[in-house]
Design a binder for this molecule. Structure first.
Ligand SMILES: [Zn+2]
Length: 417
């Protein structure tokens, strides 16, 4: 029975993903011939067509990705991959704690290795052919090694702690403890992220542009925002795509601009983009999202706590754990593997909430700064990032965290009157 529910949901997910991708490809191709009216004076036909080609190329790659993900998921579950791997590791590792850790690491390593060719293709063929890639193969490999080592350094002590704890003190509410442990761990990661982890990959330098600094300081004053630190990140090391973001919290809170963004926008436009980011902060979007994440994690751990001793959960997914080994490791792996299938239909709801936040941040920016400047910044960014101006409405409603360009700009224009 549970097998059937799983297969049906996986089928719904896969068909929906393919359907939406095909819709997006078709819609974008159909609107390739002409720049939409509202952008006719700002974006050239060549740029518009380049954005269409880029969007289509990415969707085609996404279709391959969907296919690979289904094969990998079925391979681990119903086709018996996880059971075989579990038996193999259990046979060779006698320590219950290390057996569980090794199982987690091996499954994530296998998934990583399978996704590697596609990641390589994305960077060195797709992004490269549209002129976005700045990464060298050397840097790609260096990043990969660093990410892997970092992942091991972080996850081994975390899971060692968890499994050792569970071995020493068994309680039926083990999942509450596990949730609390993960939550504290995530808060620590968010706190040290901007100062310890991100500098491992990028260089952060204090913003050194008097005109821009003055504008930003005065915006911060108007918005009554205690501005801690402004940094520039060398995003151009990897990609030509530009961005700006808030990161960290407490005394580690900082605003980071990609160097690629600074080189493209005027100080007035950057101020408007920053006002939008401040809008997210003022409307408490960041803290709300954080709380939401902890609540969701609590629910997931509760579900895992319920499922862990249910035979149908494992058998239904084609997994047969050995009886002499602790079950936590394999339960966590299996749960993480299949969770996306069960939460997929939540995607459009989460996208809708995210777009609502974007509208709020835009209104805030229109009040605190200049909506004209934000529009002109957005148009430049759409153009530079080759983001399509004509996304398929259904695809966009389902996936997009940001409203489509035309609607977003229409809202900003309305805010000016
Ligand atoms: Zn935003």
């Amino acid at each position: 029975m549970f097998s059937i529910i799983f297969i049906v949901l996986l089928l719904i997910q896969t068909l929906t993903q393919c359907y939406l991708s095909v819709r997006q490809i078709r819609y974008v191709s159909q609107h390739k011939g002409q720049v939409p009216e509202a952008f006719a004076h700002k974006i050239s036909l060549t740029s518009h067509q380049r954005a269409a080609d880029y969007t289509i190329a990415r969707q085609r790659l996404h279709l391959i990705e969907i296919f690979i993900n289904v094969i990998v998921l079925l391979g681990f579950t119903l086709f018996g991959g996880l059971t075989a791997l579990n038996n193999l590791i259990a046979e060779h590792i006698s320590s219950p704690i290390w057996y569980q850790i090794l199982l987690l690491i091996t499954v994530s390593a296998i998934s990583q290795i399978i996704s590697l060719p596609l990641a390589w293709y994305r960077t060195f063929v797709l992004e490269q052919s549209f002129g976005f890639n700045r990464m060298t193969p050397g840097l790609f490999i260096k990043d990969l090694i660093k990410e892997t080592l970092l992942g091991l350094v972080i996850s081994i002590p975390l899971f060692y702690g968890l499994f050792a704890f569970l071995e020493a003190f068994y309680t039926p509410y083990w999942w509450v403890w596990a949730w609390a442990g993960f939550s504290v761990f995530m808060l620590i990661m968010m706190f040290i992220g901007p100062t310890i982890i991100m500098p491992l990959f990028n260089k952060f330098t204090p913003l050194d542009n008097p005109e821009l600094q003055e504008r930003i300081q005065s915006l911060a004053k108007r918005a009554n925002f205690a501005l801690k630190a402004l940094f520039v990140m060398d995003g151009s090391k990897r990609s030509a795509h530009g961005n700006a973001f808030f990161t960290g919290f407490g005394k580690n809170r900082r605003i980071v601009f990609f160097d690629t963004l600074l080189s493209k926008l005027t100080p007035a436009e950057i101020e408007a983009v920053l006002a939008h980011e401040l809008g997210h902060f003022k409307h408490k979007h960041i803290i709300k999202r954080l709380i939401m994440m902890f609540v969701m994690m609590f629910v997931f751990f509760a579900v895992l706590g319920f499922l862990i001793d249910k035979v149908w959960f494992y058998a239904g997914l084609g997994v047969f754990p050995g009886i002499s080994q602790p079950i936590y490791g394999i339960a966590i792996v299996l749960f993480m593997l299949v969770l996306p299938v069960f939460t997929f239909l939540y995607t459009p709801i989460s996208s809708w909430f995210s777009r609502k936040d974007e509208f709020e941040a835009d209104s805030y920016a229109a009040k605190q700064s200049d909506a004209h400047e934000l529009i002109s910044a957005l148009v430049k960014l759409y153009d530079d990032n080759a983001s399509t101006l004509t996304p398929d409405p259904v695809h966009s409603a389902f996936y997009d965290s940001h409203p489509p360009a035309s609607i977003r700009i229409a809202h900003l224009k309305a805010a000016m009157h």
